[in-house]
Design a protein around this ligand. Sequence first.
Ligand SMILES: [Zn+2]
Length: 340
Amino acid sequence: MHDLHIHLGGAVPSSVLWEILCDNGLRTEYVDFNSFHASLTAKPDEVKSLDDFLGRYFQVTEEIQSSPSAASVSAYQVVAKAYRRARVQSLELRFNPQKRMRHGLHTMDAIILAVMQGLERASLHYGVATGIILSLGRDLPLEANWQIIDAAVKWKSRGSLNGANGVVGIDMAGPESRSLELSKPWMSEVAAMMEKARDAGLKITYHVGESEGTGPEGMLRVLETVRPDRIGHGIELRKAEGKQRERIISILKEHDICLELCPTVNRVTRVVPDFACVGDFVRTLAKEGIAYCINTDNPYLVHTNLRHEHEIVGRELGADADPLLALGISHAERHRFLLP
Ligand SMILES: [Zn+2]
């Protein structure tokens, strides 16, 4: 199995983060491990939306991961846990380096190098193929996002070493509620950034259609202007109708763009009312001939793993589970950014 959509900020066990926090003497509101662990467990009845989810947990985890040593240990532990829990064979880890520089105390180069070294150790120790996807942030100034693009080009993968690939792609992430994808000037600047990355040989994925903030219209704008290799989520395609639906499906098929599905997080952030919707969506994608793969997104925050995500979808697919889950795995193999 392959996890192509997993965030450093949501995939590190709380025990590891707690040890980093204590070792670094960071001053926080948490008085002991139990209160810290509870605060990093997303409870579906407490999370109000995607924005709430991102704001509630990521600030804490990103702050703790904001040093080269913390970033390296965190990256290592993500892969180790994914392998032990779900025998993951390849993992593309995404993170935003700007959010781990402790307000300029560390350089972006130092953070990226540290994550690369953590993944090199993990690939060697666990035999998992790894790659890095650098996430831009909708909540960052354009200038800061350009700096991430320049860093990605600088640190671009030179090939696989013991399964570790270094930086293989670029992503756009962050709150969808401001609907920035519907703003033409913003979108064209982002398209220029993505083009620079693509020209340097990097692949592109893009969080969009994860909530009604961007919705099917945001998906369409991204597909038309950026033409990513993969889409993060795209679950809002369920709500598209008429000509808009036809156009989205036609671009996805014509350019063989893969949707990265992440069922449990969509449920926790109330983007889908139940898992039956995800099962129906997988059936629709398979029928339309659109590529999809199943991923964890933030496995630690929502206490899941890749095997569990497959089981959840499999239960909804019933008799179709085996062929449709196998199809998703074959799509993941074909759409991986890293070298096998
Ligand atoms: Zn995500």
